[in-house]
Design a protein around this ligand. Structure first.
Ligand code: FAD
Length: 386
């Protein structure tokens, strides 16, 4: 596409920041509009693999990424009660070479900081909550809650699971509450009594699971997240303050290694878990969706953020390579939908790395080099020159 094409990215999450950085590198003028007034160090941890490292390499962030988070020595699956090892994926030099990059667990806020680095000063416009997008001739007119407006040639909806951009394309559809809550705690590792915990463990029970891992290279900050049954959620989707005693009680039947990690929690926040059923309409006219805005998955494969970052690589390549938005977006969706559909299915089944698992297709994927020329059905792109 013409490098003068003005691109508006809506939302400065993992998807929006990554796509903005890659598009600026490709020479496009990009503005990112973010509803929050600023970023703060709230939130929790995120597990990311070699498939993400390869994208961050293209932004010259790979080394800082691996040095800011922890490179866990392995991903362990253990039985909730007996502690039996169910599966182990070592993240040694051989695995890194095979998958083409490091595995990193990191605090989300640290990752956000990193993803802002490659952006030109002033790229992110904080306090800009998108309220509408209208066609104005060949361009788009964007309006924001603060009364501001802006013009762009392409709008990328990277505005998360409750995306307004998505509503403009698909109409209003509430996300699906999946009957699980996610109490989460972040605390200093020194609070854990006894031996240090393993770098990264998922503990499995029939009706619940927990992840416990370090987020920093010196193993001084721990993140524990549980997915517990919860019949209904009456809030609006935002997290609420949790009760520490209730949190610890959820681990009554747990193996001592897990219980002592949970008992170290100080403050607990409880997040409702939502996802969306699969939907294959990701673009309309000059507006396109990415990340949770088009494929919010339940966090049971720890892959929603990775998928958002992969989207950024493919979408930026398609915009750079193809001559018009319709063709670029058709190629983007043809490449992304089958892979994201697999991630959605595995996330729903909650089967990833429970036992022996073929992981090459996921971690070995390089979104910066996979071919973009998947066949586009006529119906998806009638004007495509064939
Ligand atoms: C408990 C939990 C654990 C998880 N763990 C992992 C993990 O380990 N690994 C992994 O890969 N994934 C994980 N995920 C999934 C991952 O967090 C998401 O898939 C990822 O954050 C999606 O990124 P995004 O940029 O699409 O959306 P978000 O990160 O939600 O970013 C959207 C941005 O858009 C902004 N915004 C929203 N509306 C507007 C508007 N109208 N105007 C302007 N800005 C707007 C928001 O403020 C936000 O900054 C987890 C999710 C949960 C809930």
């Amino acid at each position: 596409m013409d490098r003068g094409t003005r691109i508006a990215v809506l939302g400065a999450g993992l998807a929006g920041l990554t796509v903005a950085g890659l598009l600026q590198r490709a020479g496009f003028p990009v503005a990112v509009y973010e509803q929050s007034p600023s970023f703060s160090r709230i939130g929790a941890g995120i597990i990311l693999g070699a498939n993400v490292s390869k994208v961050l390499r293209r932004l010259d962030l790979e080394d800082a990424f691996a040095a800011t988070g922890i490179r866990p020595d392995a991903f362990l699956s253990r039985a909730w009660d007996t502690g039996e090892q169910l599966y182990k994926l070592d993240f040694d030099a051989e695995r890194e070479a095979r998958f083409g990059g490091p595995f990193v667990n990191i605090h989300r806020a640290d990752l956000h900081q990193l993803l802002q680095r490659p952006l030109a000063p002033g790229t992110i416009r904080f306090g800009h909550k998108l309220t509408g997008i209208e066609k104005r001739g060949d361009a788009l007119a964007l309006s924001f809650e603060n009364g501001a407006s802006a013009e762009a040639d392409i709008a990328i909806g990277a505005d998360g699971i409750r995306s307004i951009t998505r509503e403009l394309i698909l109409g209003v559809e509430e996300p699906r509450f999946i009957g699980r809550s996610a109490p989460r705690a972040v605390f200093p590792a020194s609070r854990i009594k006894g031996d240090p915990i393993d770098d990264c463990t998922k503990w499995w029970a029939p009706d619940r699971h927990t992840l416990a891992y370090y987020m920093t290279p010196d193993r001084n900050e721990v993140y524990v997240m549980a997915a517990l049954p919860m019949a209904r959620w009456d809030g609006d989707g935002s997290p609420v303050k949790g009760d520490r005693d209730e949190f610890i009680a959820a681990f009554d039947s747990a193996h001592p290694d897990l219980r002592r990690a949970a008992e170290a929690a100080e403050d607990v926040a409880v997040w409702p878990i939502y996802d969306r059923p699969r939907n294959d309409t990701w673009h309309k006219g000059r507006v396109v969706l990415m990340g949770d805005a088009c494929h919010a998955v339940r966090p049971f494969m720890a892959a929603g953020g990775s998928a958002a970052i992969e989207d950024a690589a493919i979408l930026s390549r398609c915009i750079a390579e193809f001559g018009d938005p319709a063709t670029a977006f058709a190629h983007y969706t043809m490449v992304r939908i089958p892979r994201v559909a697999d991630i959605q299915q595995i996330s729903i089944a909650n089967s990833w790395m429970h036992g022996p698992t073929e992981t090459d297709w996921f971690f070995g994927y390089d979104a910066c080099t996979v071919p973009l020329d998947r066949a586009i059905p006529e119906a998806l792109c009638p004007n495509l020159q064939r």
